[in-house]
Design a protein around this ligand. Structure first.
Ligand code: PLP
Length: 435
């Protein structure tokens, strides 16, 4: 790690140059570091648990491309699979056997999934799931939880989390009011709100859409019985239960939050890890709903690059590794060590934190209260998070540049990585306490 005030000079120059031709200098808003009042790093390369900026600084990476890189960066097996696929041709726009092999793996991993359709992004996965639910039920309204993020399609940019939570707007400009009105947004982890919504829109709710572990307002796990209650009320009211497992799928268990909590969804959205670092996503679920998709059924959905051979190769290689051995035990151990160490370091500095964690995803909220929903998240000390973030970055630890995002641990994070992270955190907490 270089020191001095110009240790990110090349990144600063690259950002200025990018900003002339790309809005905000970035191709996805949270990358701009707006939530931490600083400028983004431009990345040169990454390997295993480490990421390198173009100034040559090394960081231990806890962003992991916002979740996909569960094996660590540039895993040799995945790189080989993608390279070999590239030699056979980048895209055909025609079916391949690799897509069937991938679909079989997903059907085997998730008890609730009988069929899948591949697409290119999590946004599309949720958009398609909602369209299917509306067609299946012949209803229009959907229930979503405040602080959960489901991509940037029109109907779902209502009280959304992630980048939007920072801007503190309930929705995006450009989304017609008439569409927003079809989305009923209620607090996460609130049992009564679900009953109320079903009563108020009796016979009109097509779907309940939820992140089974919320991870776009920081990590907020479901309270006991919450997912079971959503299952029960969806059944009772004839609504489709959609789990957006774009983060939790293959992350909290091979079979996602559904395996971990023992609750099945009707439709499941997968993304991030399923692409192994390339753009791929899926919607999957019960055959009777999935078979409504074109060309079998009346619900239109399509994609020129869907099931792309490179992305499919990366996905097959990634899932093969995750299905074997003790991956989830190791991820749990790294996550637990990190949580315990951070809690200890904060406590010895006299700083109150609440750490929410499910396996290898976690968030450190600067508050002495439990964090169960978006209101609790907003009640945490964001100013302190910013100090924590910049201190960690200076010490060579790359965290998500926002208090509303999760920390991701990969299989490449070693004991030494965790120890170094905790050492830096210890110093940063002490410095914050002295301020
Ligand atoms: C990232 C994310 C999405 C959107 O996926 P993209 O690939 O960015 O479109 C949807 N839902 C959840 C839960 C996510 O974390």
């Amino acid at each position: 790690m270089k020191s001095g005030k110009n240790f990110r000079q090349k990144s600063a120059h690259a950002f200025a140059e990018a900003s002339e031709v790309i809005p905000g200098g970035v191709n996805s808003p949270v990358r701009a570091f707006g939530g931490v009042d600083t400028e983004p790093l431009f990345i040169g390369s990454a390997s295993g648990s480490k990421i390198y900026d173009i100034d040559g600084n090394e960081y231990i990476d806890y962003v992991c491309s916002w979740g996909p890189m569960i094996l660590g960066h540039a895993h040799p097996k995945v790189v080989r699979a993608v390279t070999e696929a590239a030699r056979r041709g980048m895209s055909f726009g025609a079916p391949t056997q690799a897509e069937t092999a991938l679909a079989q793996k997903v059907v085997a991993a998730f008890g609730s999934i009988e069929k899948v359709r591949m697409i290119n992004s999590g946004t599309e996965a949720v958009m398609t799931a909602v369209r299917l639910a509306r067609a299946f039920t012949e209803r229009d309204y959907i229930i979503k939880m405040v602080g959960c993020y489901h991509g940037h399609s029109d109907s779902l940019l209502v009280s959304a989390g992630s980048g939007l939570a920072q801007i503190s707007k309930p929705s995006s400009k450009g989304v017609p009011q008439q569409l927003a009105e079809l989305t009923v947004a209620i607090p996460y982890n609130d049992f009564e709100a679900v009953e109320t919504a079903f009563e108020k829109y009796r016979g009109r709710i097509a779907a309940v859409l939820v992140e089974p572990v919320a991870a776009n307002m920081g990590v907020v796990p479901p309270v006991d019985g919450y997912l079971q209650m959503l299952r029960r009320l969806s059944d009772k009211n004839g609504a489709v239960l959609i789990f957006d497992e774009v983060i939790t799928g293959f992350r909290v268990a091979l079979g996602g939050a559904q395996e971990l909590y023992g609750v099945n969804a009707d439709l499941t959205c997968l993304g991030k890890i399923i692409g192994g670092g390339l753009p791929a996503a899926m919607v999957g679920g019960l055959a009777k709903i999935m078979d409504m998709l074109a060309p079998l059924g009346p619900v239109y959905q399509a994609g020129t690059l869907s099931g792309n051979p490179l992305a499919t190769a990366a996905a097959n290689a990634t899932l093969e590794i995750l299905a074997g051995g003790d991956c989830y035990t190791r991820l749990e151990a790294s996550g637990a060590a990190l949580q315990a160490g951070l809690e200890h370091a904060a406590e010895s500095a006299g700083i109150a934190v609440t750490i929410n964690r499910v396996g290898s995803i976690m968030s450190c909220f600067f508050t002495d209260k439990p964090v169960l929903n978006f209101t609790d998240v907003r009640g945490s000390n964001i100013k302190m998070f910013k100090k924590f973030f910049s201190g960690m970055l200076k010490g060579g630890i790359y965290l998500a540049p926002s208090a509303y995002e999760a920390m991701f641990v990969s299989l490449a994070h070693s004991k030494e990585d965790v120890e170094k992270t905790l050492k830096v955190a210890h110093n940063v907490f002490n410095r914050i306490a002295d301020d």
